[in-house]
Design a protein around this ligand. Structure first.
Ligand code: HEC
Ligand code: HEC
Ligand code: HEC
Ligand code: HEC
Ligand code: HEC
Ligand code: HEC
Ligand code: HEC
Ligand code: HEC
Length: 468
């Protein structure tokens, strides 16, 4: 009798547990897809949405319920963050406020983007578009005459793409959509790696990454000792990502600093142009290391080589697109706010004085790299001015590092390498505490290539003069 009572209790408990845990959907979609794509059903049931105590989601939550048979799969719909919005409004709103959401638009502002085949830059997702798919398609900016905030086309551009509109599945891969996976720095590594933004390699060669791996791939947020990408860039799980310097290590020149430069120059035309530029710029001061006169001039040259300022130092259409609308560079107010937030993150583990010193050194690396780079830009600009180099057909600006590898002379290809590879590594490596990236992959080859350019410019000049 006692045995039977025990069995009843066990069965009752098992029943209660089965209600409370491990609830998975068993809809018609699941039943058929168990045969058609068993891997997807398995992944989905591994995740908290497909395996939910209260109400498991079903495939139809994200794909609609219009398709039922073996041969009407063309009736499915694919989700966008608007689909997730119904249940995760906070995360979607944070994400939309950050730079990831702008990735697609930012990509399309590049001259080089227009010149590559669709499988690389559009729906093939084998190149630029494969990573920049984390951004939302459909933003409209200065290319269409809109110099205000970006507008959204209501889904028109997305409708040209069958796949790749979901954005969120870049860190929470489908169909598990795991939080734990997204908290792992490896979730960032397939995009934040390589040629021009090797943050993964820099992290893994810094003491932070080494400790993370040593501690069994556990970061500060998981009870370990080391910060992860997410500790520093997604504080409190906030999906709004943005840094002070950004990808390109550019910030807006301030009104005050440009006026100081205007005071210092002798050429009356240049002075007037700089005063005009200053009128369009925000006012304020950068913390840690503000621009001096030389740095302001160096950066103006860099902006010229980037098609952002014209030969008279006035803003171009691309200034509105990439700087204002795609938010590639920040003014003093936002820069300082983000910098302080980042420093507070470090100060959970390091002293204020250690952290202050670290950031000033990083800013100085940007300044010093800018100075070297500007020397090379001036040399190549001089070759154009004196007719030694001729502007390629169809190009609006030259020299232009925004044409990337489509530049056609060795000297301009070197200029592009300085910009996209070596200068980036020098300052990004400094900010990620990877000495080898900062120095031997960054600063060292940067100086080497500046010297090559100065030598080559001189040689080209001599050759040109001899032929006259
Ligand atoms: C009778 C079987 C069956 C049922 C029921 C079914 N599917 Fe499918 N589904 C298929 C087949 C077959 C394909 C095509 C697979 C392929 O291309 O390899 C497919 C494809 C899909 C695709 C991918 C479409 C694409 O073009 O990439 C999605 C998403 C999908 N189904 C979702 C659902 C949802 C949601 C339901 C329930 C509302 C559902 N399926 C019900 C058989 C079924
Ligand atoms: C929380 C939303 C969500 C749910 C629920 C969901 N999916 Fe998906 N599914 C996605 C996303 C996101 C994509 C990728 C779409 C893209 O590339 O734009 C996708 C793509 C697919 C694809 C085509 C791409 C591929 O990898 O083959 C299939 C097939 C598919 N889902 C089947 C299913 C099935 C079957 C279920 C239920 C077991 C399901 N999905 C449930 C979000 C969801
Ligand atoms: C119908 C409501 C609903 C929709 C739509 C929805 N989710 Fe969820 N989501 C949930 C629920 C419920 C949970 C489980 C919450 C829990 O158990 O803590 C969840 C959990 C999650 C988690 C955390 C999983 C974990 O491991 O803790 C992620 C990430 C997530 N959803 C992403 C998405 C994405 C991306 C989309 C859109 C493609 C989406 N969700 C659409 C209801 C939804
Ligand atoms: C699918 C590719 C992809 C993944 C995965 C990805 N990112 Fe990004 N990330 C991008 C792209 C592209 C941009 C540039 C967006 C822009 O500014 O237009 C970017 C921008 C950023 C920025 C802003 C830099 C700035 O300009 O201020 C930060 C910070 C960042 N990502 C951190 C992360 C972290 C942390 C992770 C992992 C949790 C991650 N990203 C995962 C592609 C990705
Ligand atoms: C391996 C993935 C990957 C590929 C391929 C890729 N990008 Fe990016 N891109 C990123 C990441 C990650 C960032 C952000 C890096 C950072 O902030 O340091 C980024 C940043 C950018 C930015 C800067 C946005 C800003 O506002 O600061 C532009 C513009 C850009 N990419 C254009 C392109 C173009 C054009 C191509 C192809 C010719 C391309 N990318 C190829 C991952 C990629
Ligand atoms: C750049 C990588 C990245 C992208 C893209 C991303 N997430 Fe997340 N997500 C994370 C990280 C990291 C966490 C864990 C945050 C934490 O530690 O609280 C997270 C957590 C979540 C959670 C769980 C929240 C909780 O507290 O349980 C949900 C829900 C979620 N994300 C939804 C989304 C949605 C919706 C999108 C698309 C708009 C999205 N995520 C895009 C990295 C990302
Ligand atoms: C210890 C904190 C910390 C960790 C860990 C960290 N970063 Fe950063 N990251 C920074 C700082 C500091 C900057 C520069 C901030 C500034 O501009 O003031 C930065 C800048 C960036 C930028 C903008 C361009 C650049 O490189 O300067 C991206 C993108 C980025 N980090 C991505 C990542 C990714 C991806 C990981 C993980 C592989 C990561 N970071 C790990 C602190 C960190
Ligand atoms: C969760 C704790 C934690 C956070 C947050 C953190 N660090 Fe660290 N950091 C460590 C640990 C642990 C070490 C290794 C021990 C040491 O060298 O102090 C370290 C090492 C370093 C080193 C190398 C020191 C050396 O002598 O080789 C630098 C530089 C550094 N951190 C800078 C930063 C900066 C800058 C930030 C913020 C952007 C930051 N850290 C955020 C824990 C942290």
């Amino acid at each position: 009798m006692q045995k039977v009572a025990k069995l009843v209790w066990v069965l009752a408990l098992a029943f209660i547990f089965s209600l409370a845990f491990a609830k998975t959907s068993n809809s018609e979609c699941v039943q058929c897809h168990q045969k058609v794509t068993p891997g997807i059903v398995h992944q989905f049931h591994e995740g908290k949405m497909g395996n939910n105590a209260y109400m498991p989601l079903d495939c139809s939550n994200c794909h609609g319920a219009a398709h039922h048979t073996m041969d009407d799969a063309d009736k499915v719909t694919f989700p966008t963050p608007d689909t997730c919005m119904a249940c995760h409004a906070d995360k979607v709103q944070q994400f939309r406020a950050g730079k990831h959401d702008l990735a697609w638009y930012g990509m399309k502002t590049q001259s080089a983007w227009h010149a590559q085949p669709a499988e690389i830059v559009k729906d093939g997702y084998t190149g630029c578009s494969g990573c920049h798919t984390i951004g939302r398609k459909g933003y409209i900016g200065a290319e269409a005459g809109n110099t205000g905030p970006l507008k959204y086309d209501g889904g028109v551009e997305m409708s040209h793409y069958k796949y790749g509109n979901a954005q969120c599945d870049t860190c929470h891969t489908r169909h598990t959509f795991s939080k734990k996976e997204a908290q792992d720095p490896r979730a960032c590594s397939n995009c934040h790696m390589g040629f021009d933004h090797p943050q993964w390699e820099m992290y893994m060669s810094s003491k932070h990454g080494i400790i993370w791996a040593h501690d069994g791939y556990k970061g500060w947020d998981q009870g370990g000792r080391a910060p992860t990408c997410q500790t520093c860039h997604m504080q409190d799980g906030n999906h709004n990502v943005v840094t002070s310097w950004g990808f390109l290590g550019l910030r807006l020149p301030t009104k005050e600093n440009v006026l100081k430069l205007a005071d210092a120059v002798k050429d009356a035309g240049l002075k007037a142009n700089l005063q005009k530029l200053a009128a369009a710029l925000p006012s304020g001061h950068y913390i840690d290391l503000d621009d001096d006169v030389q740095w302001t001039l160096d950066r103006a040259r860099i902006l010229q080589a980037n098609e952002i300022l014209d030969e008279n130092f006035q803003p171009t259409q691309r200034f509105f697109q990439i700087v204002v609308q795609a938010r590639a560079a920040r003014g003093p107010e936002e820069f300082n706010k983000l910098r302080i937030k980042m420093k507070n993150t470090c100060q959970q583990c390091h002293s204020k004085s250690f952290v202050d010193k670290f950031f000033i050194s990083g800013d100085k690396v940007v300044r010093d790299a800018d100075h070297e780079f500007a020397k090379a830009i001036v040399a190549v600009q001089g070759l154009y001015k004196d007719g030694i180099l001729k502007k390629p057909k169809g190009w609006k600006w030259a020299p232009s590092v925004a044409q990337y590898y489509d530049n056609m002379t060795p000297i301009e290809l070197d200029l592009y390498l300085i910009y996209m590879e070596y200068r980036q590594r020098a300052f990004q490596g400094a900010f990620h505490a990877s000495r080898d990236y900062s120095h031997w992959y960054g600063w060292g080859p940067l100086k080497e290539h500046v010297n090559r350019i100065l030598y080559e410019a001189k040689r080209m000049r001599e050759e040109h003069n001899a032929a006259k």
